[in-house]
Ligand binder design. Sequence first.
Ligand code: AMP
Ligand code: ZN
Length: 113
Amino acid sequence: MENCLFCKIIGGVIPSTKVYEDETVYAFRDINPQAPTHVLVVPKAHIADCNGINTENAAVVAHIFEVIPAIAKAEGLEGGYRVVSNCGADAGQTVQHLHFHILGGKQLSLEMA
Ligand code: AMP
Ligand code: ZN
């Protein structure tokens, strides 16, 4: 997707602070952190949002949920963390490439962060 911000980050066209990478998943620090640890985990293949998850691509989403606890452990989030995915305008989704926020490092409120 040539006009997708996160596809450009995955491709290295736009710089990011990498936290984790494998064949199908990329994770990087959010540019506007809402908590002491704020990491975004994305599939390398473009999926717009949760509504774009289907039988063909569900394996990468499952893999993301294997990777998330490993990232949380590496980030030292022993006290817990929150995983958030905003889907659509009412949720405040601003980047149309499926991503999972990992938030932690403080006592989180019931707001997103
Ligand atoms: P959402 O609002 O759920 O779509 O989340 C998009 C997230 O992407 C926000 O938390 C932004 O701070 C973050 N973001 C936007 N641009 C960048 C960037 N260039 N590098 C890292 N994070 C970004
Ligand atoms: Zn994309």
